[in-house]
Ligand binder design. Structure first.
Ligand code: S3P
Length: 437
């Protein structure tokens, strides 16, 4: 049981680069593994989730190693070069690995079982198994639609047109990746834009993807080609320091080389609407992804309304946005966000409970939350093993009247292994306590 103990107050100062983008890292490893030739990656996230993706491909015979320059080198085996793993693939906490891998595994000649930790075994998978089955895949799941998944090999897939009932980049990506192995054309229609890293990277690896309005299509039978790639810092990790700087007094930070793909910058737009002092510098594009340095200064935030269409563009940043709302003047109302209930934890309930424990008026709604800005007091929070909840409450201590203790924090290592050292470096007074029992 790992705890974070965070002393109140402090100011934020410094220039930092947070680790590589998790979504992009997963996808580059997957496409690199299935490409012809070598993929060299700079800035790949090496956290438990992405290491789980690498381990899964290593278990299927893909050579993946690190060179002296700290680059990850993948010797791609080609689309039909994977070997059957000798054991079930265990992918820990990573929903992205499970859903994207399900698409890729559906088109293989061998069967696989994919399992994960307690949290992953509670997460809904019918959102991918149902459309994959329509494509001709055969997948066994529990009666409640949760993992482990057993994906049967030697099935002939065919393309479908799929109108996605939920805005989910994981579902979209799963189906596009399965579409590579399908006969004919696979199209997904999005109810609202979601992160488009899969589409950008497929193009980068030489695979044709067409987008018309909200419909994204590809044809089976193409080829991926290995390449050198530079992964930007993860805006979802940067978000903790963006909010930390906004809510702390006399603070300023520079976050370097952050990915600012427009399908990911909802957090910046929402915070700017709340009055945040955030500026983007040095905007450039690398490997098809826009990047910038982000300067943030202390800000006087006010509450806002956040509506359904904005939700997918900031889907992972709501825990930290709720901390910003708790420090803002007035009321923040989020609607259309029931997806937050099926993330690594039920992020609406877990955040509402935590905020209430700290004396903030936070009312959970079936599809959102209402938060009245106020004074944060000391308290003990249970993060329910959710990495983003744990990091969010660590940031909240900057404005608390006393120490905040956060329980069950080990999963911070799934996305942001050096969070604590960076937080200490910029001025958050946080200590880690590991209890054996
Ligand atoms: C991700 C998509 C999002 C996000 C997750 C990463 C991705 O999930 O919450 O952390 O890399 O595609 P959904 O697409 O299910 O909303």
């Amino acid at each position: 049981m790992q705890k974070f103990i965070v002393k109140p107050g402090g100011k934020i100062r410094g220039t930092i680069r947070v680790p590589g983008d998790k979504s992009i890292s997963h996808r580059v490893v997957m496409l690199g593994a299935l490409a012809k030739g070598i993929t060299k990656i700079n800035g790949c996230l090496e956290a438990e989730d992405t290491l789980a993706t690498m381990a899964a491909f290593k278990a299927m015979g893909v050579p993946i190693e690190k060179n002296a320059q700290d680059q990850i080198i993948i010797r791609g085996v080609g689309l039909y070069g994977l070997q059957p793993p000798t054991e079930p693939l265990y992918i820990g906490n990573s929903g992205t690995t499970m859903r994207l891998l399900a698409g890729l595994m559906a088109g293989q000649e061998f069967s696989v079982e994919i399992g994960g930790d307690e949290s992953l075994l509670r997460r809904p998978m019918t959102r991918v198994t149902k459309p994959l089955t329509e494509m001709g895949a055969r997948i066994l799941v529990s009666e409640t639609g949760t993992p482990p998944l057993i994906i049967l090999g030697k099935q002939r897939l065919h393309g479908i047109d799929y109108d996605m009932p939920i805005a989910s980049a994981q579902v979209k990506s799963c189906l596009l990746l399965a579409g590579i192995y399908a006969n004919g054309k696979t199209c997904v229609i999005e109810p609202a834009p979601t992160r488009d890293h899969t589409e950008r990277l497929l193009l980068g690896f030489g695979y044709l993807v067409k987008k018309e309005g909200n419909k994204i299509c590809l044809k089976g039978g193409g080829q991926l080609y290995g390449k050198s790639i530079d992964i930007p810092a993860d805006i979802s990790s940067a978000a903790f320091f963006i909010v930390a700087t906004c809510i702390a007094k006399n603070s300023e930070i520079l976050l370097e080389h952050v990915g600012i793909n427009p399908t990911r910058t909802g957090v910046i737009k929402i915070l700017q609407r709340m009055g945040a002092n955030i500026e983007l510098y040095n905007q450039r594009e690398i490997n098809g992804e826009p990047i910038a340095d982000i300067r943030v200064r202390s800000s006087n935030l006010h509450g806002v309304n956040i509506l359904k269409d904005e939700v997918p563009l900031a889907i992972d940043e709501f825990p930290i946005l709720f901390i910003a709302a708790a420090c803002a003047e007035g009321k923040t109302v989020l609607t259309g966000a029931k997806e937050l209930r099926v993330k690594e934890s039920d992020r609406i309930q877990v955040m509402a409970d935590g905020l209430q424990r700290l004396g903030i008026d936070a009312e959970s709604q079936p599809d959102g939350i209402i938060i009245q800005g106020g004074k944060i007091r000391n308290g003990i929070i249970n993060s329910h093993g959710d990495h983003r909840v744990a990091m969010s409450f660590a940031v909240a201590a900057l404005r608390a009247s006393g120490t905040i203790t956060i329980e069950d924090c080990a999963n911070v290592a799934t996305s942001f292994p050096n969070f604590i050292s960076l937080a200490q470096h910029v001025g958050i007074d946080v200590k880690v306590k590991n209890n054996l029992y």
